[in-house]
Every structure is written in C-alpha cells, then in structure tokens.
Write a protein that binds this ligand. Structure first.
Ligand code: SF4
Length: 406
C-alpha cells in the first residue's frame, strides 16, 4: 500500500513541477511516507525524522512533510514532537503542493510499471486485537468503481500489462458505495480491458471472502490463479484471542473450495508467532497446520505489542523474545522445505511469464502463480508474455528457457 501511495505522490509532485533530487540532503522538499504497522517500522520513521531535523538545522529553507499512518487526526502532538516538520497529512489525503488546482490523489494514476498497483479501498473495519491499522488508517472507504477502471485504462495506455488491486481487506470492496459493487464486479470490468494481460488483488480476509469471488477467479481469464489468504495462527484458541472472526475449520473449507474451483491456485499466507498465550503446544499446532496445508509462501512475523491495540491493553506479552525468534526460524525452515518440494515439481513444466525486466544478463518476470522466473534470451522481452520451460528450481525462484514465443 505504501509503495503504491509513494508512487502516486511522486507522480503528483512531478505534475506540480517537482523533479527527483535523489537524496534528502539535496532536496528542497522532503515528503516522508510512513508505515507504523510494526514497532520496528515506527522506529525507523522516528529515526528518519530525527535525521531530517538534523539536516534542516544546516538548511532551514528545506521543507519537510510527513504523511502515511504515522500521522493521526490529532496533529497537535506531532507538531509539538517534530516542530521542524512543515506539513502533516493523514494517509490517503492528498496534499496540495502548489497553488494550482491539484487533482484528487484518488484520480491521479501513478507512473505505469509493467506491473502497476491500484489502491481500491483504504482503512479497515475489522479491529484484529493486535493491529494498529484501523486506528491509524481509519474505517473502510472504497474508491468508486468507474474511477478505478479509468485509472486502469490510463495505466494500460502507458504500458502496464498487469494490475494489482490493493486494500487492507479487498473482500470488503464496495460495501460503502452506491449500488454495492463488489470485487467480482470490479474484476469483470477490468477483465474486459484491451491490452491488460493480468489482474491480481491483495489482501483477502478469510472472514469476508465469498464463493462468488472464487468463481470469478476461475472464470475470468485475466485474473491470476494466486492470492494471499492470511491465517495468522494454527489454533482456534489464538485465532479467537486475535479476534480474527473465523476458525481453522472455516479457513480449511475456503482453501479446499479454492483448490477445487481454481485448479492450480497458489495460496500464500501470513503467520504471527509468539502471540500472547501461544505456548509450545499451540505453536506445534501451527507447524502441523502449515505442514498439512502446504502454502506456496508464508510471510511470518514475531508478535510485538502495538500501543493502543486491544492485545497490548489486555494481554500479557508472555512469549520471550528468544522463543519468538526461534519459532520464526522454525516456520521459515519448514516453509523453505515445502516451497522447495513444490518448485521441484515444476521442473519440466511450461509456465507463462510476464517479463518485467533484466538482471545480471537474465530476463525475469513472474508466473501466473506469482513465482519469480529467470531465463536468458537475446531478444527484447520487456513487457511481453513468454512461455518458459522450467529447468532448475530453488525454494523461491525458477530458471528455464524460452519454449515458444507469443
Ligand atoms: S484485517 Fe485485521 S490485521 Fe488486517 S488490517 Fe484489518 S485489523 Fe489489521
């Protein structure tokens, strides 16, 4: 989300006449886009601000602005804490950089990459007990469907071949709009766009994902067979303490519906280890669950209490840091083995790759299941679809050669 927002903000600043300075030292205007979803990210924001304050002492004309979820509605305390910051903008609120009528952020596409992001819904209504997002990003606000389709068209005209729709919970898209369009309806509209090859979306919420969406994934040819479905823990006890709104049985029903309806679908997930009350037996359940479900990738994080959340207020952070980090490593090791086995199964098969660039003499891109694929070839494949026969596999990427030109 933040990367997409940063791209949109840069595009808007360039439209207002700014050009990139390269470093904060050289810049007349520094806009810091912050993320505070984890304590470590928040610390980085504070450290960056301290450094910018130091730069401003020797260059008092430098203008500093802060946006992103570090900025709450109450900017008075922030002004007191960081008096050298000239402007504070809450996440998703377009600043005006000049006196010319500035376009709404929502209507202004970012620079088009071959794979381009479009935020479709901001905020979250879920209040998982550990999460700061609803407090910092506010409640869910969907962007109008027509506006998203127009932005997608513009991005495709500028060279995008893949659109990734973003939201803290894309399954909630549209419930607050007239006519209540849903994500499936949006996918149907985007699927008709000439020149667009692929559509992805993230992140889903197991509580809100619908059978209609799963059927759309199966029937719309541009929608890739891949999604992120965060489970967070492998026991009902911890899921209840997290306030996630589903149990493991429901999660497994969804996984099985997905795998039956969308053949070959790649499912990735998120796990938090060391949540309050997660003893060894409960952690073992998570390992067993991951072993049995065999996700394509697992993003794992250690629990850290975020002040202001229900978990930080009501639950003791009772898993020692060393234990958390040991559990994180165990999940990573297990997943590396599972991913390696899955990748090895792809050796000898052909995958469709959307080529995004070249690194160290090799073209690279992603398969429809979102696996990074590398191949060597003399022609220019940038932005094209290539059929690649897989010859080597590691846990996280595949290497092959061109099999057939599109
Ligand atoms: S669904 Fe839960 S974890 Fe995700 S953003 Fe909303 S509150 Fe946070």
């Amino acid at each position: 989300m933040n990367r997409a927002e940063s791209e949109r903000l840069s595009a808007m600043m360039e439209k207002c006449g700014f050009s990139p300075a390269g470093t904060p030292e050289k810049a007349d205007f520094v806009l810091l886009n912050s993320c505070v979803v984890r304590a470590s990210a928040e610390n980085r924001v504070v450290n960056k601000l301290a450094y910018l304050g130091h730069l401003k002492k020797s260059d008092p004309e430098k203008v500093i602005a802060l946006t992103g979820c570090f900025v709450s509605d109450d900017t008075a305390s922030l002004k007191k804490r960081f008096p050298f910051v000239n402007y504070f903008f809450p996440a998703g609120h377009a600043p005006r950089f000049d006196e010319a009528p500035a376009p709404e952020t929502g209507c202004l596409p970012a620079r088009a990459g071959i794979s381009s992001f479009i935020p479709i819904i901001q905020g979250c209504n879920n209040f998982c007990s550990y999460c700061i997002v609803p407090y910092r990003r506010g409640r869910e606000v969907s962007r109008p469907l027509a506006e998203i389709v127009t932005e997608a068209k513009t991005l495709v005209e500028r060279g995008a071949r893949e659109i990734i729709l973003l939201g803290q919970n894309v399954d909630s898209y549209g419930h607050d709009l007239d006519g209540i369009p849903d994500l499936s309806r949006l996918l149907e509209e985007l699927n008709r766009l000439d020149g667009l090859e692929r559509i992805r979306f993230l992140t889903n919420h197991p509580k809100d994902m619908s059978s209609r969406l799963i059927r759309s994934m199966a029937s719309l040819e541009k929608v890739c067979e891949q999604l992120n479905l965060p489970v967070q823990a492998g026991s009902d006890k911890i899921l209840a303490a997290m306030g996630r709104g589903y149990n493991l049985a429901r999660f497994m029903e969804l996984v099985s519906e997905l795998r039956t309806t969308v053949p070959g679908v790649a499912i990735t997930t998120d796990i938090i280890v060391g949540f309050p009350g997660e003893d060894e037996a409960l952690f073992e359940k998570t390992l067993k669950f991951l072993e049995n479900t065999r996700f394509d990738a697992v993003h794992v994080a250690m629990y850290s209490p975020r002040p202001g959340t229900r978990a930080a207020r009501e639950l003791a952070d009772d898993v020692p840091a060393a234990e958390k980090s040991g559990r994180l490593k165990m999940v990573e090791a297990l997943q590396a083995r599972i991913a390696m086995e899955a990748s090895q199964n792809l050796v000898g098969s052909r995958v469709e790759v959307l080529v995004e660039g070249r690194k160290k003499g090799k073209w690279y891109g992603r398969s429809r299941s979102d696996k990074p694929v590398f191949f060597e070839h003399n022609e220019n494949w940038l932005g094209k679809l290539a059929s690649v026969k897989i010859e080597h596999a590691s846990s996280w990427s595949l290497v092959g050669s061109i099999d057939n030109e599109y």
